[in-house]
Every structure is written in C-alpha cells, then in structure tokens.
Design a protein around this ligand. Sequence first.
Ligand SMILES: [Cu+2]
Length: 124
Amino acid sequence: MRNILLLTVILVLVGLGIFAYIKQNLNTDTLAQGSAVIVLKDTGFEPREVTVLEGATVTFVNQTLNPFWPASNLHPTHQLYPEFDPLHPLGPEEEWSFTFNEAGTYNFHDHIRAYFVGTIHVVK
Ligand SMILES: [Cu+2]
C-alpha cells in the first residue's frame, strides 16, 4: 500500500516535470525569424525569448500604461550590447526597433522595471 502511494507520488511529479518542460518549450520560439515583435505587457515581455537571423530587426512594442526602455544587459550600464539601447524612455504608445547585425545571445530588460527580462538569440 505504501509502495503504491510512493509510486503515485513519483508518477505525478514526473508528469508535472514533463508538462513544465513542454510548456517552457512552447513559449520559446526556436525558429530563427527575419524579424520579430516583442510586446511589453503588464506581465512582462512576450515572447520572452526569440531567435532571429543576423540582420533582423526586432521591434519593441509597449502595451502597458507606463513608459518603458528596452535595453541590453547588464542593468544599469547596458554594456553587453551598448547600441541596443534607445537611451531614453519610450511612452506607452511608442515603439522602438533595433537591427541586430552581430550574432550572439543578448539578454535584455526594461530599464525602468528591470525585473522584466528577455533574451534575443541572433544566429547566422
Ligand atoms: Cu537598465
């Protein structure tokens, strides 16, 4: 009886692990795109992770009521990719686009609410 209970617990945990793994991978766009749009919502950037081709333009759209300021890590200096920085806040209805001409993985954040984060993979 105790073994059945233990087995049930293990099966539930394995099932939850598989579900979490699939869900995470569905949210990650692994196909390289020629351009991408990343939207800042009240819950954070969507999608949080994109893969684009070298030379692709990524447009950041603000769907919150607050200003935002997408920029490369590290906060607050943005030296990971200094050009990936509009250098000023963008209003709630503003957009900002940046063309990624160098392959690499660039973590970014909202400079105003730095807990909103994301990752852009630029591939050749
Ligand atoms: Cu910052």
